[in-house]
Design a protein around this ligand. Structure first.
Ligand SMILES: N[C@@H](CCC(=O)N[C@@H](CS)C(=O)NCC(=O)O)C(=O)O
Length: 237
């Protein structure tokens, strides 16, 4: 169990942040969380916490301070996938990263597929209104990587699940409400295929298992995310 103090700088709207919050919740870790308003970021955030200005990032160790007065003595770490591994290392008893070399490699392979294939296709469809075929193709590939039952790798939840879950949740929410840069009705039709059609039956069961967990309910505020997505990604009227 980590004994140093930890502050996660996060945003409820951000899928990368939810990755880390899921892992922290699955580990049962007690940390400080500070909400960063992405539309009005405090000046100290980029100068003292994350030079890129992006969330999530984390301050580890150092003296006990208020999160908005960060200490130079704490170590600052950014990037959601690095943070997932960091949380797994801090809380080994939670087995967020399996012990066996093969399974560790499978977790990392799955995460790589999420980064290099799922995310670009997700962004293309939702944020640029690109044709659905690319998204469907990569989701089918991701589905084929899933364990036959259980989670991405084996029967236990791992950081591979944290890597993809926030994006599946946003697809469900945004397409279900037809929010995105596609033509009217295209999001809803895609939603029906992904979340109800036979082609994605394994993915649907996986999604149900992910979202049935306490960690999901603790980290996903659907109403807030939908409002935020509407403001950012709604098609022009
Ligand atoms: N590669 C980064 C991406 C993080 C990212 O893009 N975060 C967005 C919010 S979802 C952000 O902070 N954007 C800066 C801004 O909105 O000012 C990670 O995985 O942590």
């Amino acid at each position: 169990m980590a004994t140093e103090q930890i502050t996660l700088y996060s945003s409820k709207a951000c899928p990368f942040c939810q990755r880390v919050e899921l892992a922290i919740s699955e580990a049962g870790a007690n940390i400080n969380r500070y909400e960063i308003d992405l539309s009005n970021k405090p000046d100290w955030y980029a100068s003292k916490i994350s030079s890129s200005g992006k969330v999530p990032s984390l301050a580890y160790g150092g003296p006990k301070v208020s999160p908005d007065l960060p200490s130079p003595e704490s170590t600052k770490i950014a990037e959601s996938l690095i943070l997932l591994e960091f949380v797994a290392d801090l809380y080994p008893d939670a087995h967020l990263l399996p012990g066996a070399p093969i399974e560790r490699a499978q977790v990392r392979f799955f995460i790589d597929a999420v980064s290099t294939k799922v995310l670009p296709a997700y962004a293309g469809f939702v944020m640029r209104g690109e044709p659905k075929e690319k998204l469907f193709g990569v989701l089918e590939d991701a589905q084929a990587l899933l364990s036959p039952a259980g989670f991405a790798v084996g029967n236990s939840w791992t950081i591979a699940d944290a890597a993809i879950a926030p994006f599946l949740g946003r697809l469900d929410l945004m397409l279900g409400n037809d929010v995105g840069k596609f033509e009217e009705g295209v999001g809803r039709a895609a939603h029906a295929e992904i979340f109800e059609g036979d082609r994605f039956a394994r993915l649907q069961k996986y999604y149900k298992d992910l979202t049935g967990r306490k960690s999901w309910k603790a980290t996903f505020d659907g109403e807030y995310i939908l409002d935020n997505s509407r403001a950012r990604f709604a098609r022009a009227a």
